[in-house]
Write a protein that binds this ligand. Structure first.
Ligand code: ATP
Length: 206
């Protein structure tokens, strides 16, 4: 599989500045790619568009040449900085995982998810605990691409390492495509085979 952004331009509202102008990129399954760029430049906006959370003002996102599927759990999964915004506050964690069909003991153990957390609501877990569920959910069997947007910034180093170890193992074994947004050059270099600098592919005027 391949995901492609084709000539994407984006503004949050009419008559406001363009955040992205004519941005194109391709990621193949099995590739590990870093996305870097200055703060506030549009990295999160771009990954949200790629994952289908935002609709581009112009251009299109194609998965093997076709638009992203509108129904079902998406083969393109985004894990972002704010797990509390990504999870339905009215569902117990068990239901959150059931919705995605994800229930592998190996994944739960590797992420340090304790079984009694499954009976809790999102508000009864810490940000780091919730983020582990977001990671677990993103690894359901239909996933082909994983987008990680500063996903581990809020976590302590041990938890970060735990989460990245599992993600990379899954990426490797299942040949998932990975796009990670990070300000951490060390992490990007360690994990990614290729780096995209948004300033180099964004033709917006400053
Ligand atoms: N919902 C929104 N409505 C209007 N403007 C927004 C919205 N979200 C982001 N922006 C603006 O769009 C621009 C790009 O933001 P974005 O979050 O994509 O940048 P980023 O490169 O990911 O930043 P950072 O590295 O600081 O996380 C910023 O100027 C931001 O203020």
């Amino acid at each position: 599989m391949q995901i492609e952004a084709r000539n994407i331009s984006f503004q949050y509202r009419e008559n406001t500045p363009w955040i992205l102008k004519d941005v194109s990129l391709k990621i193949e399954e099995g590739e590990r790619v870093g996305l870097v760029g200055p703060s506030g430049y549009g990295k999160s906006t771009l990954v949200k568009i790629l994952a289908g959370y935002l609709k581009p003002t112009k251009g299109e996102v194609l998965l093997d040449g076709k638009p992203l599927p509108k129904k079902g759990v998406s083969p393109v999964q985004l894990i972002y900085q704010h797990p509390e915004k990504a999870i339905n506050p009215r569902w117990k964690m068990k239901k959150v995982l059931q919705e995605s069909g994800m229930f592998r003991d190996e994944v739960m153990d590797a992420l340090g998810i304790e079984r009694d957390w499954l009976e809790r609501y999102p508000r009864e877990l810490s940000g780091g605990e919730l983020q582990r569920f977001c990671v677990a959910r993103s690894l359901f069997e239909g996933t082909h691409f994983l987008f990680a947007d500063e996903m581990s910034t809020m976590l302590d180093v041990i938890t970060q390492a735990q989460i990245w170890n599992l993600m990379l193992k899954e990426v490797e074994e299942r040949r998932l495509g990975l796009l990670m947004v990070t300000h951490n050059a060390y992490l990007a270099e360690k994990i990614c085979a290729r780096t995209i600098r948004l300033e180099e592919i964004n033709t917006r005027e400053e």
